[in-house]
Design a protein around this ligand. Structure first.
Ligand code: ZN
Length: 591
């Protein structure tokens, strides 16, 4: 058994001061929590800004404290071992645990920055000849330097950022700190670093928990008397199972409400890497967002590598064209707004504050900025909702088909090949990484393995014949097999004619099931991949249908399941009252 951590978003509406029994309504509670988060944010912000230089980042990356010992994994302890002190403003009293939370938040931000720093270093060291399109050799050189699990979207965005810097300054950035300002510190308090002196958390029922936390009673508390224990009842969403272990939450205030991001841990079963007999393969489609097929491995004797894969002849399709169109429209709107904002910036730069037009223009500029923020948030939320919905669908299909493994194309090899199709592909390319993460999370709960297979040639070769050698022809539609297109696949060798994504999904499931003995599990991330390509054909066999109860009864009683109208005792519909008489049958049917 291993542990899976998820976070449940909870809201708390009111609280009670423990000592006096005073009820704290929502607005006042939100204010007090906001005071606490502001204290933590200011401290963390000071710490991050003070350490935003190559020497200190090197110190954190080196992983050794001032005393020569290895830095602990807990962020706040690492910060203290490095001797990075920070304190509140004079006259403000905070307990040491609040300081710890701030240090934890700062350490997490700086450690994330270390990851970005490695990315920037690797990209600069292997700067491609043409930054818009890396060659295969350039991708390999870059991947060799990168840490595991870096997505193609991250690489693309960083490359773009470095390119912009180089265009402006005509040199490469020497360090991340030159490329970026210190990261923004969110107004939240990470209670994971706290202990019983700042908070306690206990479960009180199936759907409820009790959070006790010390909150400031004024904006700048001057002494311990300005702090008080508050009891916050928290309602748990139904996704938190009764046996889950609750962990210390993160508190923040949004739109006047106190949000409690509550992490919880559940135990999940171990999933073996090999020995799968039924698998689900999903292709990142051109026609739909995801196309899947279920494949069954029929082993010849004990040697699985000599087996065959049989598909059930039923494609599974997740179509997101509606949401995709909406996302496309929102993105166009965002670019339009960004262009407007840039123009106003230029106009404002050429004006003095004494100009009579200045006030009106700067007010309009502010409004546009807010609108742009909102639009970005909307796109982000829609992307996230789409990713989780697609992942939920994929895992539900896998569970319903009784599979123990899901095979996906490796996004790294997919991007390296530079598969750029229509707008649909580009659109979904940005959320593929999110979908993979979501599928991994949901599949783990059902003890289903998620394995990636090489994407090379999945839609190029016929899944039915030639063991991955007969090349498919792509055409626009099944009745236009001689035209050039991309939507439909046709094999001149065996006559297979089917949706191109479905053919690709069949190749993926066969690569996965036949090559499962070459599955590798990454030691730290647990991500499973198959790098070797084992090709095999996929036969299609429909699942035999069980006769329905009515059909079985009809056979037993030797009656007709679908009697003709002449043999029925009563006509099903009344004859028309007006109009010409119904045509009479010219001859009686015999049976
Ligand atoms: Zn074929």
């Amino acid at each position: 058994m291993s542990k899976l951590t998820a976070t449940a978003p909870c809201t708390t509406h009111a609280a009670m001061v423990e000592k006096t029994g005073e009820v704290v309504p929502q607005a006042l509670l939100a204010r007090r929590v906001a005071w606490l988060t502001a204290l933590a944010r200011d401290l963390a912000g000071c710490l991050v800004a003070a350490r935003w230089n190559p020497a200190d980042l090197d110190g954190l990356a080196g992983g050794v404290g001032l005393d020569g010992r290895v830095l602990p994994s807990k962020g706040w302890m690492a910060v203290r071992r490095l001797g990075w002190g920070v304190g509140p403003e004079p006259g403000v009293y905070i307990c040491d645990r609040v300081l710890r939370c701030a240090q934890e938040q700062a350490a997490r931000l700086l450690r994330l920055a270390l990851h970005r720093r490695r990315l920037v270093e690797a990209i600069v060291a292997t700067w491609p000849h043409n930054p818009g399109a890396r060659t295969d050799a350039e991708w390999d050189a870059l991947r060799a330097l990168l840490p595991d699990g870096v997505t193609a979207a991250e690489i693309r965005n960083r490359t773009r950022q470095i390119r912009a810097y180089r265009d402006e300054h005509e040199v490469f950035p020497a360090d991340l700190t030159e490329l970026e300002e210190p990261p923004n510190v969110a107004a939240q308090v990470v209670l994971a670093a706290a202990d019983r002196q700042l908070l306690t958390l206990e479960r009180t029922g199936h759907r409820s928990a009790r959070l006790r936390v010390r909150l400031p009673l004024v904006e700048s508390p001057a002494s311990p008397r300005d702090w008080a224990w508050h009891v916050l009842p928290v309602v748990l969403p139904p996704t938190v199972p009764p046996e889950a272990r609750l962990c210390a939450p993160t508190l923040r205030v949004t739109k006047g409400r106190v949000r409690v991001d509550l992490p919880f841990q559940i135990l999940i079963g171990f999933v073996p890497a090999t020995g799968h007999m039924i698998g689900c393969g999903f292709d990142w489609g051109l026609n739909g967002l995801l196309t899947g097929v279920v494949g069954r491995l029929v082993a010849d004797g004990r040697v699985i590598s000599g087996g065959r894969v049989i598909g059930d002849g039923r494609p599974l399709l997740y179509d997101a064209s509606g949401v995709s169109a909406k996302l496309h429209r929102l993105r166009a709107e965002r670019e339009h707004l960004a262009a407007k904002i840039q123009r106003q910036q230029r106009l404002l730069a050429g004006m003095t504050a004494a100009d009579p037009r200045y006030a009106a223009l700067s007010a309009a500029y502010q409004v546009l900025g807010v609108e742009h923020e909102r639009l970005c948030a909307r796109i982000r939320n829609l992307n996230k909702a789409l990713a989780w919905s697609a992942a939920r669908w994929a895992v539900d299909q896998a569970v319903a088909a009784g599979t123990t493994v899901i095979y996906l194309e490796d996004l790294a090899t997919l991007e390296a090949r530079g598969r750029r199709g229509n707008a649909n592909t580009r659109l979904s390319g940005q959320i593929r990484g999110q979908i993979v993460e979501a599928i991994r999370h949901l599949a783990a709960k059902h003890a289903i393995a998620v394995v990636t297979v090489p994407a090379r040639g999945t839609s190029r070769y016929c899944p039915r014949c030639g063991d991955g050698t007969s090349v498919l022809k792509h055409c626009p539609a099944p009745d236009r097999l001689t035209d050039k297109g991309w939507r439909w696949a046709y094999c001149p060798a065996c006559g297979l004619s089917c949706d191109r994504d479905r053919a690709a999904a069949e190749r993926i499931v066969s690569r996965g099931l036949l090559g499962q003995n070459a599955t590798r599990t990454h030691r730290s991330t647990g991500v499973r991949t198959i790098h070797a390509i084992v090709e095999g054909n996929v036969a299609r066999a429909r699942r035999t249908r069980k006769p329905t109860r009515a059909a079985r009864r009809a056979r037993r009683t030797r009656t007709d399941l679908h009697p003709d109208r002449q043999h029925a005792t009563e006509p099903r519909t009344a004859p028309p009252q007006n109009g010409p008489p119904a045509p009479q049958p010219t001859h009686e049917t015999t049976r």
